[in-house]
Design a protein around this ligand. Structure first.
Ligand SMILES: [Zn+2]
Length: 557
């Protein structure tokens, strides 16, 4: 699961009271949990997590040798489950050419005010600007007039166009980060993403973009170079250059409010007015071509990293429908080794995130085999890499699937299902958007649980895991979590506050993983996949759905 925005912090206080007493387990207690006898189906699920979340896997960081061992494990389990290889060249593995990249110099940001004798002003690294990194080229030099475009959003269905009245072709656009709070959670998460804004800027013809510090950000923490040269990750094209969704419109960097004042020198709307307006995130700004020219130089270093997606297939039985492919996905990577916790543990084992999802995927595959009845459509089981780096392995697959792209009809994603309690409901992110909604509802009913609405709408979780990469290709997709009914809310909050992305997310954790709930989760996922694969009609977007329309998905228009 990708980083949460705010919830874990907010939940910390709430959750610590619920489960804090159950501290460390002694080795004897650990052993008794490990040795406890379980029914065969629960033991089978636990066995996968036992291996994948062991310390020897060192947190399955994408690109690490341990991740590759984990990938081989999944491939062998796919084989045991009777899946056909669906990776490269008759294997279970799809090679994923990851590309790590970062800025390697402070670069330069220089403003040239309008006027014959105006002297260029070099902005100061760290306090006035921070350079970005460009995965598409080693050196990026862009020089152009700057156009201020508010939040940088063109969102007609939400009644907003920050580009109204300006021509940004051949220019650099400057906008505030984030998206208005008035937008619905999932749309806001989508529009708040720099990639979305880059794509909008590109569609308008801009040749680069910079982000302006908001008053709220300035208040929260001072503009600082901390983390400016961190490593980012994308995937590489065949020629070795990095994929960027808005190629030709690079992220140039961010500027502080101090620098923004210089940028706005001589503008029609003074910076002070804009800054004041920006204190209200629902504010609408008037787009304006600023007088100054901005010249930006960036240097980016790239390092290729090889990793793998694991793909196995059950061929469909229906002569017509078999060519259509339902993708069931879960990410195999986690965040690797980090700083020691209070117990000196540095290994982020990623048991719940997402060894449990992978275990669900494998056991789901076995149920198809055990049923003795092949699905009508084909089902592709996909364990992806580099989710934690920004949904990169799923994005690579969605752009370069091992089956014809037009044949992909649905994605059901599993990411960090929290199974420490007896769930009475499930949450299905994306359910109200497509005809997958009623299917999931029937499946839930089949195991005696209900469907609940997204309890964390502000987190925009629908755009924060691997299925979103399929959504961006127009493919109807959902992502499931056990729900917050009964003990669920406290359990989810406790996990997010105490174990999420920490060394304590391990096989034996507090509260313990409930393997019976795990098996029920497998069952509901199996029923969903079975119904999608056997239905007469492929899944469709609901007419007019925002994401379906945006990405040209079937049924939306
Ligand atoms: Zn995660």
């Amino acid at each position: 699961m990708l980083r949460f925005i705010a919830a874990p912090l907010a939940m910390m206080a709430l959750a610590s009271t619920a489960f804090a007493q159950t501290a460390d387990l002694s080795p004897v207690q650990k052993n008794s949990i490990l040795n406890a006898e379980l029914p065969a189906d629960q033991a089978a699920m636990k066995a996968h997590v036992m291996f994948l979340a062991s310390d020897e896997m060192r947190g399955r960081d994408a690109g690490s040798p341990e991740f590759n061992i984990a990938a081989q494990y999944v491939a062998s389990q796919f084989y045991a489950a009777g899946l056909r290889p669906a990776g490269d060249d008759g294997s279970y593995l799809q090679k994923v050419p990851l590309l790590a990249y970062k800025p390697v110099s402070q670069g330069s940001f220089t403003l040239t005010p309008k006027g014959k004798n105006a002297a260029p002003v070099a902005l100061t690294f760290g306090t006035e600007y921070l350079p970005s990194a460009d995965p598409t080229r080693a050196e990026t030099n862009v020089s152009a007039q700057v156009v201020f475009v508010g939040y940088g959003l063109t969102a007609p269905t939400l009644g907003r166009d920050d580009y109204k009245g300006v021509d940004v072709r051949g220019k650099i656009v400057a906008f505030f980060g984030g998206a208005p709070k008035s937008f619905p959670g999932e749309e806001r998460a989508h529009f708040g993403s720099p990639t979305t804004k880059a794509s909008i800027a590109r569609a308008h013809g801009a040749i680069g973009f910079i982000t302006i510090e908001t008053p709220a950000a300035a208040k929260a923490r001072p503009f600082s170079p901390q983390g400016w040269d961190r490593v980012r990750m994308t995937w590489a094209h065949a020629d070795g250059t990095g994929f960027f969704a808005a190629e030709g419109t690079p992220a140039l960097g961010s500027i502080s409010m101090v620098a923004a004042e210089k940028l706005f020198a001589g503008s029609r709307t003074p910076w002070a007015t804009v800054a004041k307006l920006a204190e209200d995130d629902a504010a609408k700004f008037k787009a304006e071509v600023l007088p100054a020219t901005l010249s930006v130089s960036l240097k980016t270093e790239t390092t290729p990293v090889t990793s793998y997606n694991v793909a196995g297939m059950i061929p469909g039985s229906d002569p017509t429908l078999a060519k259509e492919v339902v993708v069931l996905s879960a990410h195999l990577d986690h965040i690797g080794v980090g700083r020691p916790n209070a117990k000196g543990d540095t290994i982020n084992n990623g048991a719940m995130d997402n060894a449990v999802g992978i275990a669900t995927l494998i056991e789901e595959a076995k149920r198809f085999k055990a049923s003795g009845k092949a699905p009508r459509r084909s089902i592709l089981f996909l364990a992806v890499t580099a989710e934690e780096k920004g949904l990169v392995g799923a994005d690579y697959f969605a752009h370069n699937p091992t089956v014809p792209k037009a044949n992909l009809v649905a994605n059901v994603n599993l990411d960090m299902p929290i199974i420490t309690y007896k769930f009475t409901d499930i949450i299905v992110f994306g359910a109200p958007r497509t005809t997958l909604g009623p299917i999931v509802e029937r499946a839930a009913k089949g195991i005696g649980v209900t469907i609940s609405p997204d309890p964390l709408p502000d987190e925009g979780l629908f755009v924060r895991s691997d299925h979103y990469r399929f959504v961006q290709q127009g493919i109807p997709s959902v992502f499931l979590w056990p729900g917050e009914g009964g003990p669920g809310k406290a359990a989810v909050e406790a996990f997010l506050a105490n174990n999420y992305h920490r060394p304590s997310d391990e096989l034996v954790q507090t509260p313990p993983i409930d393997w019976e709930s795990g098996v029920r989760f497998i069952e509901v996922n199996y029923r969903i996949a079975r119904e999608i694969a056997d239905a007469d009609v492929r899944p469709l977007w609901n007419k007019g759905d925002f994401f379906g329309t945006l990405y040209g998905g079937p049924g939306a228009k």
